[in-house]
Ligand binder design. Structure first.
Ligand code: XMP
Length: 513
């Protein structure tokens, strides 16, 4: 079956990848390409429709990005969003001028024609705006189909040519009926059927990997046991089988059962060439006496790279290096430069360069986390692996306040396993976004049997969050907290007190270190 494709031309807008994601949510495959793509390359992809993204430019600027106007003659349905619409107006004979009042945020838009693009939508709808320039007059052949108090052309359309534009951003969730607008464009204008699934994505990705790697090429992957690298491993396994070598550096600071599960999945379910480097001794030795969180992170990051390099050297030459980079990683690495370093996230992004690889395979680069999970499920990875909550690279080391020792790792690991079990048993594992225990390093007096004890305090941390940038503490049921607390003090040696962390982020961070 021919795959329907919507191409999104990126003009540097903040939300461009979100547009692609919204289209994929409608079961239509979508990719973002730079606006500089040549017309012939674009046509060769045979898109069912094209979306022109927003961007920071203004059409009056002589150096503003502009597409080849011949695209408008190609008979492909086009939707311009914000700058994409202004550029369309400009290139087709309309006018763009500075708005008297800049519109930013939620604005009520009145849909003056609700037949095509706005079919099924309300007469007035709350939409997200962010613009200084706007269209003063439509190009010939276009008519206005929406307005606001300040913006006379909030949307325009040429039904015959199936070219339309909106000044607001249908892709952000603040635009209440944005999903409907995108569906209308896809199904009414582009004639899409909405039959794309993650299985189709997997098929395409597998084909591309085979084309890149060829008949005999080999691929190396650093497997962490997390969702992203596991999904990449499963995908590449499907493409090239045992020509994929996965190196799993076990630093001894993973959660209970995790190391065994990674070994099982990639030895039996997806049998790749699997190498587990048990380096826990080395990590614990190097962490001896270290209490400062940033120092822990640096030591773990450094050791990880060194162990990985040793293992890779023993394997001989590999042709490609694969990584589970996902779209939010791409964004974060771009923006990180201006942000203050609160925590230097354990980051092995430099690994391929250190190993001398120039060729990278990053099949998840344009997917969001929930799409990666859906892909993992489509590939048949176990559900508990696919739905794993985020886990920091330095692992339990940053959940042990003070010096890290194997004994302390055991206490935090066992208490964490109890917390996870009880949250799952209560059916809350999909509702609480991250939850774990922390070995606070505080010892306190207790009484067990008739004996005085002086043992550790365990903190429970559970948060709800959309983006992990801000978070609220999860309001767990008291009965659940009571069960977890009783089990931890009864079942985990040297844990004698349990406390609950009731702090939001900010000001606290999610992890304690
Ligand atoms: P914080 O503690 O900064 O955590 O509020 C936000 C999210 O990032 C995770 N986290 C890390 N992930 N390496 C990682 O790979 C790290 O060093 C690290 N520190 C925090 C944390 O688990 C949460 O999901």
């Amino acid at each position: 079956m021919k795959q329907e494709l919507i191409l999104i031309l990126d003009f540097g807008g903040q939300y461009t990848q979100l547009i692609a994601r919204r289209v994929r949510e409608c079961h239509v495959y979508s990719e973002v390409v730079p606006w500089t793509i040549s017309l012939s390359d674009l046509l060769a992809r045979k898109p069912a429709g094209v979306i022109l993204s927003g961007g920071p430019s203004t059409v009056q600027d002589p150096s503003a990005p502009m597409i080849d106007p011949a695209l408008y003659e190609a008979g492909i349905p086009i939707l311009g969003i914000c700058y994409g619409m202004q550029m369309t107006a400009h290139l087709l004979g309309g006018t763009v001028e500075r708005a008297k009042e800049r519109e930013y945020g939620r604005v009520t838009v009145r849909m003056t024609d609700r037949s095509g693009l706005f079919g099924g939508m309300k007469e007035a709808s709350s939409c997200w705006m962010s613009h200084t320039w706007q269209i003063a007059s439509c190009p010939p052949g276009f008519r206005v189909i929406a307005e606001t108090d300040n913006c006379p052309v909030a949307a325009m359309v040429n039904e015959e040519r199936k070219i339309c534009g909106v000044q607001f951003h249908p892709e952000v969730t603040h635009t209440e009926e944005g999903g409907m607008l995108i569906r209308n464009f896809l199904f009414r204008y582009c004639g899409c059927s909405g039959s794309w699934t993650m299985n189709a994505f997997a098929d395409t990705a597998v084909r591309q990997i085979r084309e890149t790697v060829g008949e005999t090429g080999t691929v190396l992957l650093a497997l962490s046991g997390g969702v992203d690298s596991s999904v990449v491993a499963a995908l590449i396994h499907r493409a090239i089988g045992k020509r994929l070598t996965c190196v799993f550096v076990d630093h001894g600071l993973l959660r209970k059962g995790e190391s065994g599960q990674v070994c099982h999945v990639f030895s039996h379910l997806f049998p790749v060439r699997f190498i587990r480097a048990d380096a826990s001794r080395r990590f614990f030795d190097d962490l001896k006496g270290v209490t400062e969180p940033e120092e822990k992170r640096h030591i773990i990051g450094r050791d990880f790279i060194e162990v990985f390099k040793q293992e890779a050297a023993a394997l001989g030459k590999m042709d490609y290096f694969a990584q589970g980079t996902i779209y939010p990683d791409v964004i974060e690495s771009g923006q990180a430069t201006n942000a203050a370093v609160i925590k230097s996230h354990h980051n092995v992004g430099g690994l391929p360069k250190e190993l001398g690889f120039t060729e990278l395979i990053e099949p998840l680069r344009m997917l969001f986390k929930d799409e990666v999970r859906a892909l993992g499920e489509a590939l048949g990875l176990p559900r508990e692996l696919v739905w794993r909550q985020p886990f920091p690279g330095p692992g339990l080391a940053i959940r042990i306040i003070g010096e890290v020792t194997p004994e302390k790792a055991e206490i935090v690991r066992e208490s964490d396993a109890i917390f996870r079990e009880e949250i799952a048993a209560a059916g809350l594992d999909r509702h609480v976004n991250q939850y774990f225990t922390v070995l606070t390093g505080i010892q306190s007096v207790g009484v067990m049997g008739d004996e005085r004890t002086y043992d550790y305090t365990i903190a429970l941390r559970a948060v709800t969050t959309d983006d992990f940038m801000t978070a609220d503490w999860a309001r767990l049921p008291y009965d659940l907290i009571a069960r977890v607390s009783a089990r931890i003090v009864n079942e985990v040696p040297h844990a004698s007190r349990v406390v609950l962390d009731v702090t939001t982020k900010p000001p606290a961070s999610i992890e304690w270190e």
